[in-house]
Design a protein around this ligand. Structure first.
Ligand SMILES: [Fe+2]
Length: 326
């Protein structure tokens, strides 16, 4: 080390002779002392999600979408949807920390333009006859009770050959893409992607009847954590957990909590979900959000089928998965 550098270091150290000088120097170096008291600590004992447990009712949102049908042109707006924003401060969009949901409507004869984005998406079709998705040039039906996937970066647009407005539930991992800062988005060059193939079956479509047959063969979970359930395999959407669960009238699942963010959409039946003591009485089409580390249990009042989307595979992959049961 040269004498000049050594002298400069000695002077710099002399300058940092008290804590105020040290903090000023830390600012100058763009570092922060790890020992200072923070308004929000860096580490804490157990998860405490900012996001609230929530219940959105399908029927009034469906009515609002019907009204939007006369006010919003889907060719201009791209999508006529109402987003399930969790009502916490400074949140304009997300439903839970990693997931966002919406209800969407398309009118007979309309076409929602094609686009693609990094985020993975799915649709649970609530009331539709004759609507369809075009995914990477393949036109597949979207009928009531179906689940349709649009993995990240697949071109996708929607259309409707039927007679009545079509309604569905959208679920995406956009908040996760925002968190990772990995969003890409592109509109289709000619607005509407041409159909190159029409297919009734597709790895991206889970038809209602096929899921019902699979559920007939499924068994209830031995510990009473959930009813007969099938996983919807989505190999191109590995970090999202998708399942369909049957809860026969009278079934109660055990009270449980985990580090997973969960969204439940009953597609048949009625019942209630109790989240941290708060009772959400649901009907078909509603959405219940159970954020990370909140206790929940289901009670079915009628024979019910409940769709679930979650970030469970992500939590398991990260080795952040924890689970407790009463
Ligand atoms: Fe999209």
């Amino acid at each position: 080390m040269s004498d000049t550098i050594s002298l400069e270091r000695t002077r710099a150290l002399a300058r940092i002779s008290n804590l105020d000088a040290l903090y000023a120097e830390a600012d100058r170096l763009a570092v922060t002392p790890g020992w200072i008291k923070r308004e929000k600590p860096v580490l804490w004992r157990e998860p405490k999600s900012d996001f609230l447990p929530m219940h959105w009712r399908y029927q009034p949102i469906k009515d609002a979408l019907e009204a939007a049908g006369g006010l919003i042109d889907v060719a201009l707006a791209e999508r006529r949807n109402l987003i399930l924003r969790n009502p916490i401060p400074d949140n304009s969009f997300a439903t839970t920390r990693t997931l966002v949901c919406a209800y969407q409507m398309i009118l007979p004869g309309e076409m929602a333009p094609s686009h693609r984005h990094s985020s993975h998406a799915l649709r649970v079709i609530l009331d539709a006859r004759g609507s369809f998705s075009t995914v990477n040039g393949e036109k597949t039906p979207m009928e009531t009770g179906d689940v349709v996937l649009t993995p990240g970066w697949c071109w996708h647009g929607h259309g409707h050959d039927g007679e009545e407005p079509a309604y569905w539930f959208d679920g995406l991992d956009v908040p996760l893409t925002h968190l990772f800062e990995t969003m890409f988005f592109e509109e289709y060059p000619d607005k509407y992607e041409p159909v190159v193939k029409v297919a009734q079956t597709s790895p991206y479509r889970f038809a209602r009847d096929a899921m019902a047959s699979a559920l007939d063969k499924a068994r209830p979970e031995a510990e009473g954590l959930h009813g007969p359930r099938i996983d919807l395999d989505a190999p191109d959407m590995r970090l999202m957990g998708l399942s369909m669960e049957r809860l026969e009238a009278g079934r109660r699942t055990r009270r449980q909590r985990s580090t997973v963010n969960r969204l439940f959409v009953p597609v048949e039946g009625r019942g209630e979900t109790i989240v941290d003591g708060e009772r959400f009485a649901w009907q078909r089409g509603d959405c219940i959000a159970v954020p990370c580390w909140h206790w929940f249990e289901h009670r079915a009042a009628a024979d019910s089928v409940v769709f679930e989307m979650s970030d469970e595979p992500l939590m398991r992959f990260a080795q952040y998965y924890r689970f407790e049961v009463d």
